[in-house]
Design a protein around this ligand. Sequence first.
Ligand code: FPP
Length: 244
Amino acid sequence: MTSPAHVAIIMDGNGRWAKSRGLPRVAGHRAGVEALRNVVRAAPQLGISFLTVYAFSSENWSRPKSEVSDLMGLLKLFIRRDLAELHRNGVRVRVIGDRESLQPDIRGLLEEAEALTLANAGLTLVIAFNYGSRDEIVRAARKLAQAALRGEIEPHMIEAEDIAGALDTAGIPDPDLVIRTSGELRLSNFLLWQAAYSELVFVPCYWPDFGGDNLAEALRDFAGRERRFGGLSPEEAVTPALAR
Ligand code: FPP
């Protein structure tokens, strides 16, 4: 089976998982961190090289203060508790999203995780934190406009690769597969540029219930898809010799 090199996940449904058990929302997020741990352990065994997870969106600030603070606390705990294991397992951590508006302690922890694991050659775990795709594209446009003002680039020479190189995901291949849990059928401002040709798999279970088996099943679904990237399937495509 051909495994996707890059899988991106919208980890949705923590709140509903908690509600269905009569628990506070924070319990759902805690269980969500446990599911994340399991999936990070399972991913390399399934042939995945890049795993991107949507941990906190730029729109999540509009949640009640207490929930925002719970999510910030869980990220801190995750980095403090799991960084040593991630490093031991050769995981390289990358963070995408706007860092400027994060509290200095959170920003420091994220940067520490990136610096410690920079030379690791195993799974690349991309944590999307304070991330929103439109915000990322706006920041990239500003970078390119500033480079043009400095005379470093000509506006009419800007190509898709220049935009890709100015995004937070520079150097990371586009996701082959985007998975969203909890039955919602949306991308919610996640990797809008990068997911142009990604296969999408929507699974009904809430994120805390998602594990290695669900990931393997999503990969089987992916393996059955025919990716054409805007072209034709091999049997429909006319070879250049015949076309002449
Ligand atoms: C969506 O569930 C999930 C989030 C907003 C946050 C995702 C966070 C985690 C999985 C745990 C935190 C991980 C780290 C590393 C910080 P929801 O709250 O929108 O669920 P609902 O739609 O059922 O209410």
